[in-house]
Design a protein around this ligand. Structure first.
Ligand SMILES: CC(C)(COP(=O)(O)OP(=O)(O)OC[C@H]1O[C@@H](n2cnc3c(N)ncnc32)[C@H](O)[C@@H]1OP(=O)(O)O)[C@@H](O)C(=O)NCCC(=O)NCCS
Length: 240
């Protein structure tokens, strides 16, 4: 069931993002040191403290507070609305696309971002799903809240091979770390999805796991999966 609202009510559509616990992420305090990347996204932190979003979880932001739309070099990114269903289904229903996708939008917990050109042509839809990190029993749940974002991508085959997915994926990583202040970004794919894995590597993500026959595919049976990740300190170019 879709819980998204119509384009005529974008503020309402962004109102009720919830977060879900993630079972496999250990929480730890990120250590921040200069230089941090300047954030294009407004935060509640004092301008004199550009590293604060990674250190202080009390100001973690949600997608609802992002100043949409986000602009990349060639594209405009905005939240998915019901009116996008018909257009995106034209490519979302194709077998060469569904072969590699995992699921379809089920609630606002899985945010879909529409990417369109300057003239409004939709070229694809993207995922950014912020969820809680994992903390050992007895740790403060506030410290793991909104700690991790999963990102994903689907481009209309008519617009594939032009670098669009990589361009938006980078923008989503920027949003996750600078706008939403998560400490970790992850992406998953079937291990045979070479273009998707290439995107993860192009935007600097690190292969974190290769899982043997962990994923039941509609037509291929149990096949292998990969997970890539990037930590905030890696994004900032530091091992700190
Ligand atoms: C995967 C997908 C998003 C790529 O979109 P795109 O806009 O064409 O991606 P980009 O152009 O930004 O980058 C694709 C990269 O993969 C590379 N690539 C394409 N086919 C490849 C292959 N068979 N093997 C290795 N690399 C390949 C491209 O050369 C490019 O890398 P480069 O810039 O270094 O040349 C798109 O094909 C798609 O939607 N596929 C179906 C759905 C899907 O797989 N979603 C992801 C689920 S995890």
């Amino acid at each position: 069931m879709f819980h998204v609202k119509r384009a005529s009510d974008p503020a309402h559509a962004l109102a009720d993002v919830t977060v879900a616990p993630h079972p496999r992420v250990a929480a730890s305090g990120a250590h921040c040191r200069e230089p941090c990347r300047p954030s294009p996204f407004p935060t509640q932190h004092a301008p004199s403290d550009p590293c604060a979003p990674w250190q202080d979880r009390s100001h973690a932001r949600t997608l609802a507070s992002v100043d949409w739309p986000i602009r990349t070099a060639r594209l405009v990114l905005r939240p998915f609305v019901v009116d996008d269903i018909e257009q995106t289904w034209l490519y979302r229903g194709r077998e060469d696309v569904t072969t590699w996708t995992g699921s379809w939008l089920t609630s606002l917990e899985e945010w879909r971002i529409i990417a369109e050109t300057g003239n409004g042509t939709v070229i694809g839809d993207f995922l950014i799903h912020v969820h809680d990190g994992w903390g050992q029993g007895g740790t403060d749940s506030a410290l793991v809240a909104h700690q991790e974002a999963e990102i994903g991508w689907t481009v209309d085959p008519a617009y594939a091979g032009r670098g669009y997915a990589s361009e938006v994926a980078q923008a989503l990583v920027d949003l996750a770390f600078t706008g939403l202040a998560v400490r970790r970004v992850i992406a998953n794919a079937f291990a045979d999805n070479a273009p998707s894995i290439r995107i993860m590597e192009k935007i600097g993500m690190r292969r974190e796991s290769f899982s043997l026959k962990d994923s039941l595919h509609k037509t291929r049976g149990w096949i292998d999966g990969v997970r890539y990740a990037l930590l905030a300190e890696e994004y900032r170019g530091s091992d700190a």
